[in-house]
Design a protein around this ligand. Structure first.
Ligand code: FEO
Length: 388
């Protein structure tokens, strides 16, 4: 009964064991789930969120297990198609069902899926929908991670259906877990790539849902949590302004000069008692770097000079870091060049949204020489002092 949350609420979504990339952008090495919740009240039946359209047949099979022959309401917490994409097909199966969502989400669904206006029942913040002996209350929780996102709360069963909020990309049959610690790493990876830019508003959303009596948090990716405190506390920590004294180094080296610079700097920092994590961007999973940026204090980017600028993989990492807006305190750049170029300027111009102090970059002509090592020592010293 791994799909049962309570006698009246079941997860009828799909486990996608095979998927490895999301939005053609985000690596999901452990697959994912698209959780959809069947809520069977004494008078009305609701389905909360649907599944990614390629999983629709599986979704229908899961509905048959519960003999679902009438659906009154399809609750849409979020318009992104991995949750909403099957709603048109659901409406074909259950033409009398109403799509329950907020006004902003309705407009997205009309644009993205061509759902007709007559199919909607619009709710506002705090509105309650009765299913008989169960009720669903809606809370607008914008920017987790689109502007229209909302969460749905079942007071009688004390379950918060949070869609992407508190989610994780992991395919698992442990769909209602009492071991949240097993999934915090996956949830942090998910937070890094999806939620991190919206920390301030997420903090407000956490305050908003914290007044509810919650026994289960049921997101639409990954497991539901029987004990929601660890995942809520983790979100509070990731959204806080606090960083950990820790240095992430993302670099590319073409002929070993930048590599030798990075190794020298990393050793100096480690010898000074600070932890370092190095990502060779030519063979690293970029999501791992993003996850490290959730709470590390310092980022160093290392690049050779290619066609007068930074290596494209370094620019990609810088672009991503800029978009994710991590709470970094310090950033620096190291690298090498052969005959010129504006590698450092190019990287700095790529990261305008990162409000970190820039520690004097070090650029070497070819392999580092004595004068370069002195500058690298100064860089290491500065990083150590600032992270004390
Ligand atoms: Fe899981 Fe934003 O969709």
């Amino acid at each position: 009964m791994y799909r049962k949350l309570t006698d009246k609420i079941h997860n009828i979504g799909s486990i996608d064991w095979d998927r490895r990339i999301f939005d053609q952008l985000v690596s999901i090495p452990n697959g994912t789930t698209y959780n959809s919740y069947l809520v069977q009240g004494s008078e009305k039946t609701a389905i909360i969120d649907s599944v990614d359209p390629p999983m629709f047949d599986d979704f229908v099979k899961n509905m048959r297990v519960h003999n679902v022959n009438k659906v009154d309401f399809i609750i849409c917490n979020h318009a992104e198609q991995d949750h909403s994409g099957s709603i048109p097909m659901l409406l074909s199966l259950f033409p009398k069902a109403l799509v329950v969502t907020n006004e902003k989400c309705k407009l997205f669904l009309m644009d993205l899926l061509d759902i007709q206006e007559k199919s909607f029942f619009i709710v506002k913040d705090n509105d309650i929908l009765s299913l008989g002996d169960l009720s669903l209350q809606f809370y607008l929780t914008p920017w987790v991670h689109w502007p229209e996102t909302m969460t749905t709360y079942c007071k009688e069963e004390k379950i918060l259906f949070s869609c992407d909020f508190f989610g994780s990309h992991v395919a698992t049959s442990d769909l209602l877990t009492d071991q949240p610690e097993k999934y915090i790493g996956a949830a942090k990876h998910y937070f890094a790539e999806i939620m991190m830019p919206f920390r301030a508003i997420i903090t407000k959303n956490i305050q908003k849902i914290s007044k509810l009596d919650i026994s289960i948090i049921a997101p639409s990716h990954g497991p539901s949590y029987k004990n929601p405190k660890p995942i809520i506390d983790s979100y509070k920590e990731w959204c806080s302004g606090e960083t950990k004294p820790f240095v992430a180094i993302g670099y590319v080296s073409m002929h070993d000069s930048t590599h030798s610079i990075v190794e020298y700097v990393a050793k100096g920092i480690m010898d000074g008692g600070l932890n370092v994590k190095i990502f060779n961007l030519a063979n690293s999973e970029i999501g791992e770097l993003a996850t490290t940026l959730v709470d590390c204090s310092t980022l160093i980017l290392g690049s050779p000079t290619v066609l007068a600028g930074a290596h494209p993989l370094v620019i990609y990492a810088a672009f991503l870091a800029n978009a994710l807006r991590p709470k970094l305190k310090y950033i620096s750049i190291v690298g090498s060049y052969g005959w010129g170029g504006k590698m450092i300027d190019q990287i700095i111009k790529t990261i305008p949204m990162i409000k970190a102090e820039v520690i004097e970059p070090v650029l070497c002509k070819g392999i580092p020489k004595d004068s370069d090592y002195k500058n690298l020592d100064l860089l290491v010293k500065s990083i150590l002092e600032k992270n004390k």
